[in-house]
Design a protein around this ligand. Structure first.
Ligand SMILES: Nc1ncnc2c1ncn2[C@@H]1O[C@H](COP(=O)(O)OP(=O)(O)OP(=O)(O)O)[C@@H](O)[C@H]1O
Ligand SMILES: [Mg+2]
Length: 164
């Protein structure tokens, strides 16, 4: 069970991955944490208030973790960069733009960063990139999911059962 969870920032990857991994007794690998631990940031982008990441090194580090543990959820908007040979499924989370806007605004992101993320969601960037990388992709829309732990898990399991 090697599952990647991708999607635009704010679609709920960390929330979902933690919950699913916990309920299935799997490891939850956060790309944000991995970037920090392994010093994979190239520099800080002040305008967007994000770290630019060395994607080649990141890919190698994620793949090393997956090889070590086959019961793993990898979550982050770059998770789909790993080889499709090392992943059983790539779940792409989606959220309607108005709801995503609310979630990103809550984080007090600068408007430019919100706009970039909304644009990525409109263009379905993570999905397109995951497909390009030949992943088996499953799309789950979290717009109307509850963020309460129990209900969120139920919503996920229901969606997975519908699509499998
Ligand atoms: N299913 C959901 N329904 C409603 N709100 C949610 C849901 N999942 C997450 N949220 C809320 O949306 C926000 C974003 O969630 P989360 O941090 O999991 O997103 P993310 O995709 O991991 O973002 P990032 O890429 O920036 O790490 C949080 O405030 C969280 O409480
Ligand atoms: Mg996250």
């Amino acid at each position: 069970m090697r599952i990647l969870i991708s999607g635009t920032p704010g679609t709920g990857k960390s929330t979902a991955a933690c919950l699913l991994a916990k309920s299935l007794g799997a490891e939850c690998l956060s790309i944000t944490n991995l970037v920090k631990e392994k010093n994979l940031a190239l520099g800080y982008n002040r305008k967007l208030r994000t770290w630019d990441v060395d994607e080649n090194r990141l890919k190698r580090e994620i793949e090393r973790c997956i090889r070590k543990n086959h019961k793993i959820f990898v979550e982050g908007h770059l998770s789909h960069i790993v080889s499709h040979r090392l992943s059983d499924l790539c779940i792409v989370l989606r959220t309607e733009v108005s709801e995503l806007f609310k979630r990103l605004k809550k984080r007090k992101y600068p408007l430019k960063k919100i706009q970039e993320n909304i644009q990525a969601e409109i263009f379905n960037t993570c999905y397109e990139e995951a497909k390009e990388n030949k992943h088996k992709v499953l799309v789950i829309d979290t717009t109307s999911f509850s963020s309460a732990e129990k209900t969120l898990l139920k919503d996920f399991i229901y969606e997975l059962s519908l699509q499998s």
